[in-house]
Ligand binder design. Structure first.
Ligand SMILES: [Zn+2]
Ligand SMILES: [Zn+2]
Length: 368
């Protein structure tokens, strides 16, 4: 029997659903952000139904309290990277493609979203949700958000136009978020919210809805047919009841609700920027979408350190003063002409990152 025949048999029951498109699922790419309680369940579901490519992003390590809610983690895994471990475990569960990134989603190039059909958030903090929201919209990808607390939870989907996650936040939430966002580099402790009570059952219920929402999209590739598009379904576990509500678009939302048009260039990140400018006809007056930290200065003891690294690659500990341990002030630069003697790799420029050249967006991706 051919491998394809075996696959067809394996998925036979779900293929009996009239609108189900197994072939599309096998060719789908999902970005799963978060490998905790929800992430474990979502990864399991996506694997069982036969989604072709699952990329998992998480910064965290497995700890003892994860074990009771994460089907793929056990006591021997304490201290291992969640993203790597989860990716390995689902690959051993079924013959699927999966890769992973150990780090925060903010450390990846913002154009990473472009490489996927849909994004699923299995997150526990606003900063990461806000990031996923802004850049999945920018690159025109729908995303499904889920959250759990106690026996309760919620699921909602954001499409490629209209209401976005930021529209759902209160003025107070937005204020808190903008304070956090104004700190260029966040420490882990600052972004991790309190330890909320959760159970394996609420993770299983909410992740089931999130996965099903994503599957409906992947089978039909029509955002309008997602049952929860621009809506929120809240689940009250103690009474086993649901409330479904429409999410309202804020006309003055500071996130651009339209996706962008961009050009994509594959290039060698080891070449000097000067060579790239000539080779690809990039304007020397181009600007980076995010900034390079050129120097940092200590306000306490006047210590100065040359950095010249892309901001996404720096952690708070990288900008502590070696003399007095104070957090140093950052000097940043966005003009690429300041760095023409550097290669993108020397600057820690992330793969899939944007530059703006004469009002045009150009996505720079690594030549393989
Ligand atoms: Zn919005
Ligand atoms: Zn100092």
């Amino acid at each position: 029997m051919h491998k394809l025949d075996l696959l067809e048999d394996q998925f036979d029951r779900q293929k009996k659903i009239v609108w189900w498109e197994q072939e599309r699922l096998l060719n789908s790419k999902v970005l799963l952000v978060g490998a905790g309680a929800l992430g474990n369940e979502i990864a399991k579901n996506l694997t069982l139904v036969g989604v072709g490519q699952i990329t998992i992003v998480d910064n965290d390590l497995v700890d003892l309290t994860n074990i009771s809610r994460c089907v793929f983690f056990n006591e021997d895994d304490i201290g291992k990277n969640k993203a790597e471990l989860l990716s390995k475990k689902i690959k051993s569960l079924r013959n699927i493609n999966s890769d992973y990134f150990i780090g925060k989603i903010q450390e990846l190039g913002i154009g990473v979203f472009e490489n996927f059909d849909i994004v699923i958030g299995a997150l526990d903090n606003r900063e990461a949700r806000s990031w996923v929201n802004e850049y999945s919209r920018m690159f025109g990808k729908p995303w499904v958000d889920g959250a759990i607390e106690g026996l309760n939870g919620l699921v909602r989907s954001f499409g490629i136009d209209g209401v976005c996650y930021e529209c759902t936040l209160s003025e107070e939430d937005l204020k808190l978020l903008s304070v956090r966002k104004s700190c260029a580099l966040l420490s882990e402790e600052e972004i991790t919210i309190g330890k909320v009570p959760t159970t394996a059952t609420s993770a299983s219920i909410i992740s089931g809805f999130q996965t099903q929402e994503a599957l409906i999209y992947l089978s039909r590739k029509k955002v309008d047919l997602m049952p929860l598009i621009s809506q929120q379904m809240t689940f009250f576990g103690e009474s086993m009841s649901f409330l479904k509500s429409k999410l309202k678009e804020k006309k003055d939302c500071y996130i651009d609700h339209e996706c962008i048009k961009f050009e994509k260039i594959h290039l060698d990140f080891n070449q000097k920027i000067e060579e790239l400018i000539n080779k690809y006809n990039i304007s020397p007056s181009s600007r980076l979408y995010r900034e390079i930290v050129s120097n940092c200065l200590c306000a306490q003891c006047d210590n100065k350190k040359v950095i010249n690294k892309y901001i996404s690659s720096l952690k708070q500990k990288d900008v502590l003063c070696a003399n007095c341990n104070s957090e140093m002030q950052l000097e940043t630069e966005k003009n690429i002409k300041e760095f023409i003697n550097y290669s993108l790799n020397e600057l820690n420029f992330p793969d899939n990152e944007l530059i703006i050249s004469e009002e045009k967006y150009i996505l720079l991706t690594k030549e393989i």
